[in-house]
Design a protein around this ligand. Structure first.
Ligand SMILES: NC(=O)c1ccc[n+]([C@@H]2O[C@H](COP(=O)([O-])OP(=O)(O)OC[C@H]3O[C@@H](n4cnc5c(N)ncnc54)[C@H](O)[C@@H]3O)[C@@H](O)[C@H]2O)c1
Ligand SMILES: CC(C)[C@H](C(=O)O)[C@@H](O)C(=O)O
Ligand SMILES: [Mg+2]
Length: 356
């Protein structure tokens, strides 16, 4: 298996190192050999090559079986013009590999109930929501620009085509079909034309999935409902920007932004796996970042790109056991638990795999 590694910036290298430890532990256990090739993207690429996405990175990623990415960005690149920002490198990777479906599972490990921002009575028997975010369209990729004459202005255009909405809502239905058979499509159809088309297409696709219940919800209400009663959601499908925002919100239901992994998928097996959080410049290089989102992203890589479900479950189970033993990074620390750093958390999870 050929894995492209893009550590990126800030805490990216810290957490990717731990994910690699865990992947190697699975490899040892199951006698699978991995070839890791490290590529540059984001700020690290700007510093070395002047651009956020060197051609060699995209080409190398396309030739790999999967890509594991840490995070990109940081204040030192904030003053660069938009097209040169580190984050554009990430968008280029997603678009370049045609990874239009971003799965962000917000799953609360039972051991972390106290770390969730929700009250115990709201949590009930747990939180398990799959956010399906459209990843290569919408306002992120629309025409944008500035008018500098007279009163200055700027614009970002949101466009969605019917095929783009069709394929992402279909993914939502397919996932819902294998879960609790409830899909909530999130939009702003009371105001946006793209959302009105989104609803029409979702309704049409729904006819092919009679076993799945389709609901529509406005995004502002959804932001509130997620906290009021998260149990009403099974699978959520939404546009690029709404999915970005709602998934950060959903991460706090699971205890921390540092707990939420993601898989970016296209029509083949190649996928990119990345925690949903950013480069966290405020804690970079201090051995305090939570590596679990990156490690759970590696589990998703086994599940979706390698079709190795047992290995994916092995990693998830190892995370659960380490949490059960009371180990916590700073972001999920609670009274009477054992505080560990990034490296120790990664080592504990890798060791747990070796014991299985
Ligand atoms: N996928 C990505 O590469 C990605 C995602 C989001 C933001 N970014 C970029 O990252 C930079 C910083 O953005 P931001 O501060 O808004 O968001 P962020 O996600 O980096 O950090 C938000 C807060 O969460 C904390 N946090 C994040 N990940 C954590 C982890 N694993 N363990 C413990 N705490 C963690 C940070 O310390 C910070 O307080 C920006 O340049 C932004 O564009 C990149
Ligand atoms: C860094 C940024 C471009 C990115 C996004 O908005 O998609 C990030 O916030 C994410 O959630 O992966
Ligand atoms: Mg985000």
């Amino acid at each position: 298996m050929k894995i492209a590694l893009i550590p990126g910036d800030g805490i990216g290298p810290d957490i990717i190192e731990e994910a690699v430890k865990v992947i190697n532990a699975v490899g040892e256990k199951k006698q699978i050999s991995f070839e890791f090739i490290t590529y540059l993207a984001g700020g690290a690429a700007i510093d070395q090559t002047g651009i956020p996405l060197p051609e060699a990175t995209l080409e190398g990623c396309k030739k790999s079986d999967a890509v594991l990415l840490g995070a990109v960005g940081g204040p030192q690149w904030d003053t660069l013009p938009g097209h040169l920002r580190p984050e554009r490198g990430l968008l280029g990777l997603r678009k370049g590999m045609e990874l239009f479906a971003n799965l962000r599972p917000a799953l609360l490990f039972p051991q972390l109930k106290a770390a969730s921002t929700l009250k115990e009575e709201v949590i009930g028997d747990g939180i398990d929501i799959m956010v399906v975010r459209e990843l290569t369209g919408g306002i992120y990729f629309g025409d944008r620009g500035r008018n500098e004459e007279g009163t200055r202005s700027a614009y970002d255009m949101e466009t969605y085509s019917e095929p783009e909405i069709d394929r992402i809502t279909r993914i939502g239905f397919e996932i819902a079909k294998k879960r609790k058979k409830k899909l909530t499509s999130i939009d702003k159809a009371n105001i946006l034309e793209t959302s009105r088309l989104w609803r029409e297409v979702a309704e049409r696709v729904a006819k092919e999935y009679p076993e799945v219940e389709l609901h529509h919800m406005y995004v502002d209400n959804c932001a509130m409902q997620l906290i009021r009663n998260p149990h009403q959601f099974d699978v959520m499908v939404t546009s690029n920007m709404f999915g970005d925002i709602l998934s950060d919100e959903a991460s706090m239901l699971t205890g921390s932004l540092g707990m939420l992994p993601s898989a970016s998928l296209g029509s083949g097996k190649l996928g990119m796996y990345e925690p949903i959080h950013g480069s966290a410049p405020d804690i970079a290089g201090q051995d305090i970042a939570n590596p679990i989102a990156a490690i759970l992203s590696a589990a998703m890589m086994f599940r979706y790109s390698f079709e190795m479900e047992a290995e994916a479950v092995m990693i998830e189970e190892a995370v659960a056991r380490v949490l059960e033993a009371g180990y916590r990074t700073k972001d999920i620390m609670e009274k009477d638990m054992k505080l560990v750093g990034t490296k120790e958390m990664g080592s504990l999870i890798a060791e747990e795999i070796k014991k299985m």
